[in-house]
Design a protein around this ligand. Structure first.
Ligand code: URA
Length: 231
């Protein structure tokens, strides 16, 4: 039940209250009454940086696998929270475990050079690993470790929303592409990956061990550069 005032339905009780309010205001000597329009609060925007920080807070004390017992630090990942390029390694090594940052050892130094070789700075990209904790003696990740850790990387990918993912080495490539095909078979192609592009190259540690891999790795980086330029 309500009275129609210019297409607006107003409840009788509200109308009475309004009349009383206006009468009081007139008694007080006011000639005009202003009604404050409802305030429209701007929607709270959560940035990718905040979302990554929130994810890190949830992950940093992870106990999902036995690597939690031997790690010194969990290595979450770092870089530009809105990077076009996200590089994925295998798992932290000794130096990364000590510092809690990805690719800071010798292989990390070479990775930084590879990034700079395609005219990017390390801070412009995002760097993460398949596993967030160091496997003892740098052994390969176990399937059970990959299974429990993988959702963290998936969330990082979703938050950073990169155009291109570059898998560094066999473990990262096979895990991300869910395949048993060899690194040699996977390199040199642009793989579709959840609406993005995924490229595969050698792990920088392999390049340190075998100098002959540097030339084909450079070909991979040129392919990567070209794909980034395409957008
Ligand atoms: N090797 C990796 O795969 N990741 C690192 O963070 C360091 C070395």
């Amino acid at each position: 039940m309500g009275s129609d005032s210019g297409g607006l339905k107003i409840d009788k009780e509200v109308l009475q209250l309004l009349r009383r309010f206006i009468a009081q205001q007139m008694e007080l000597g006011f000639k005009e009454v202003y009604l404050t329009p409802p305030t429209h609060r701007a929607p709270v925007r959560i940035t990718s940086r905040q979302r990554l920080e929130e994810l890190y807070e949830r992950v940093k004390y992870c106990q999902r696998c036995s690597l939690a017992k031997s790690r010194k630090n969990l290595v979450f990942g770092e870089g530009n929270p809105r990077a076009d390029l996200l590089l994925v390694g295998e798992a932290p090594g000794a130096e990364e475990d000590l510092q809690g940052r990805p690719f800071v050892g010798r292989a990390g130094g070479l990775l930084t050079k590879m990034i700079e070789a395609i005219d990017l700075r390390r801070e412009e990209v995002y760097i993460a690993n398949i596993l967030k904790c160091r496997p003892p003696g740098n052994r390969d990740p176990l399937p059970s470790e990959v299974a429990v850790c993988r959702p963290y990387l998936d969330q990082q990918i979703e938050i950073v929303n990169p155009k291109i993912i570059c898998a560094l080495g066999r473990v990262a490539a096979q895990t991300l592409l869910d395949t048993t095909r060899s690194l040699g078979e996977l390199r040199g192609f642009v793989h579709p990956f959840r609406g993005r592009k995924l490229l595969v190259t050698y792990h920088p540690a392999a390049l340190l061990r075998n100098i002959h891999l540097k030339r084909p790795a450079w070909e991979d980086m040129k392919l990567l550069r070209g794909q980034l330029e395409r957008g």
